[in-house]
Design a protein around this ligand. Structure first.
Ligand code: SAM
Ligand code: SF4
Length: 326
């Protein structure tokens, strides 16, 4: 079955958040003091998350990415992934992590049937990394990358949020990882979700990132896969990994949008930046798979054409990425 929205976009990808808690405090994602802790009952149980996943796959979702907050801090996550990976019809199961606990967990995650890992890593310099993450330990994340490959995963994709004056001097070092280590790199434009005046100073467009790499290496376009989503991908000839830019701010990628999102509290969204959300709780407590399917179909058919954020339209949204799952 295919899930198609009112604009003919094929919606095959669900981002499912399992927690909004995190063991880091990246300054662009969370306030220093963290976010207000939710009561135990507010967060969906694994059974409820599983029902959402199964229902979405029955409707036509083929890829699920587990995200957060930091998904690896939720206890029981490995057993949950093992159940998800057994859903008939689910073709891709991936997880995005900050990598802090990956060295310890990679082997179990692989055994659970997880197919791909994305690791968020904004600097290869320990001091800069600690500054961006407010205390994160780069050595642990690098050990996590090694452990993932040792466990059997393909080289994790690396998500890098590039910010002018903070880590933009490292663009080339990250690009070189695609040749030297085989990781694919996704450069993400900084998005203004944590309230900060003058956020535009960090802005650096995907085009500028590509130009800076192209000054040192030729880049060839790469055909992106079926579930790849909104990045534009390139490759340094001969490199195993690709280089992608996610131009959330400078260029809308909404025409290629293939995804819906569900937060760890059961709020479903058709667009990351939309204020509209649908509460799935009434279909989960008690469970009502038919009604749930109807709500998910409604979220797909109601997906907006494009989001309204740009460098000129200064806006802050009243959520953190950790609450929605990036
Ligand atoms: N904790 C996990 C991690 O960091 O990979 C998963 C959740 S995190 C919210 C998902 C992604 O959102 C990360 O790659 C992070 O860099 C990105 N992100 C968070 N806040 C952002 C912002 N303001 N602008 C751009 N990307 C952001
Ligand atoms: Fe945590 Fe990920 Fe947000 Fe950083 S980006 S604070 S690791 S949820």
């Amino acid at each position: 079955m295919q899930l198609t929205d009112s604009l003919g976009r094929n919606i095959n990808y669900l981002r499912l958040s399992v927690t909004d808690r995190c063991n880091m405090r990246c300054f662009y994602c969370m306030p220093k003091e963290g976010i207000v802790k939710k009561g135990h009952d507010a967060v969906l149980s694994f059974e409820e998350l599983q029902l959402i996943a199964e229902t979405a796959v029955e409707l036509g979702i083929e890829k699920i990415r587990i995200t957060g907050g930091e998904p690896l801090v939720r206890s029981g996550i490995v057993g949950f992934l093992a159940k998800l990976s057994a859903i008939p019809g689910l073709k891709h199961l991936a997880l995005t992590t900050n990598g802090l606990q990956l060295a310890d967990m990679a082997a179990d995650l692989y055994k659970a049937g997880l197919q791909r890992l994305n690791v968020s890593l904004d600097s290869l310099n320990a001091a800069t990394f600690a500054e961006i993450t407010r205390g994160g330990d780069l050595v642990k994340v690098l050990a996590g990358l090694d452990a993932a490959e040792k466990a059997g995963f393909p080289p994790p994709k690396i998500n890098v949020v590039i910010m002018r004056g903070i880590n933009d001097a490292e663009i080339l070092s990250f690009a070189e990882m695609t040749r030297l280590r085989g990781n694919s790199i996704r450069f993400i434009e900084y998005m203004p979700v944590v309230k900060e005046d003058g956020w535009q100073k960090y802005g650096i467009s995907g085009e500028e990132i590509l130009e800076r790499i192209a000054a040192s290496y030729p880049l060839e376009p790469v055909d992106k896969g079926l579930y790849a989503g909104p990045s534009r991908d390139f490759r340094i000839p001969g490199a195993m990994g690709s280089i992608g830019i996610i131009t959330a701010i400078s260029g809308h990628f909404c025409s290629d949008c293939n995804r819906i999102r569900v937060t760890s509290t059961g709020q479903a969204k058709g667009c990351l930046f939309s204020d509209e959300k649908t509460d799935l709780l009434p279909c989960l407590r008690p469970p009502n798979p038919e009604k749930l399917a109807g709500l998910l179909r409604g979220i797909v058919s109601g997906k907006q054409e494009r989001h309204g954020i740009s460098c000129d339209s200064y806006q802050h949204k009243n959520f953190t990425m950790a609450q929605v799952g990036g």
